[in-house]
Design a protein around this ligand. Sequence first.
Ligand code: IMP
Ligand code: ZN
Length: 349
Amino acid sequence: MTSIGGPVVDFRALPKIELHAHLSGSISRQCLHDVWLKKKEVGETDLQDPLIEMPLGKHDYDLNTFFPLFSKYIYNLVNDAWSLTFTTLSVLRDFADDGVVYLELRTTPRAMPHAGLTKAQYVQTILDAIATFEAETPTPSLRTRLILSIDRRNTLPEAREVLALARQFQPHGVVGLDLCGDPARGGIEVFAPVFEEARRDVPDLGITLHFAEAAASGTEEELTMLLGWRPDRIGHVIHVSEAVRAAIIARGDMGLELCLSCNVHAGMICGGFESHHFGEWWQVKETVVVLSTDDVGIFGSPLSNEYALVAEHFGLVRADICALVRRGVDVIFGGDKEKQRLRGILWSE
Ligand code: IMP
Ligand code: ZN
């Protein structure tokens, strides 16, 4: 609880929406440890204990040490339907316990050959876990939708497959398409036809793109191309020139998914929280800023803490906080009915 601008705000109780959270990066270390213990017991893993691999309290992963956490560790531990279901349920519980009432979880479809799981079965397993979670909670306050990610390391056929899966599962809870992955990887122009097809042929599928996350992925050329794919939302938005900033503002109502702790802990911005570009965007009326966690399992800051941080470092008072959350509803991919539900439960100042 923090007292800002008069009335106390309980940031955990504050109903919140989370629009930028990667499934595998949102798994708590304790949950990974539980999976590891279970697998160790039955001789199914040679991996090191996750609590040794990623000690509790360590959050300073940078862009060089962050991506291998997935390819070298988490993907080898969460590698079958059981562990996928177990970790997804744990992630949903964590967001719900933190007061999140609407979650767009994103994930890169991943075949699990060891367990005979196809990419489609991977997506289905996650959707089943979401349905189980909602069915098991008497009056579920958390509603979850899925975004499928194209990773920069993907080939064009793999990217096409992600779009095909998004279309296949759209009636079952997939609401968007994302571009993610190591920003040091270039060559993303190959994905243009996929995003163009999505925009043209599936207009009700939302598009969100990791945008200007690192200097290497912040060239005017790349950013102009990405804006040309007509995304509804963009994530991070760090290395933008004045011209690109003006283009974003001119677009009108663009959602900006800003992730303070991730950017600060990973050293993606210069300085601490007080120098985060949230300060330059949150009062821009033509854009919609949505605070997000990105990878709470890695960076350790739940969404409630992201709100506490902006209150502390940028002086937002209770009315600003409530308005910030409510404004985010405009850019969810979950449709009008969900927007209506949210407008009924989010706090007014
Ligand atoms: P998954 O897609 O559910 O397996 O979540 C982990 C994946 O998300 C990783 O392989 C990363 O490529 C991607 N990811 C997580 N955080 C970031 C980020 O901040 N920028 C770009 N990609 C990310
Ligand atoms: Zn991200």
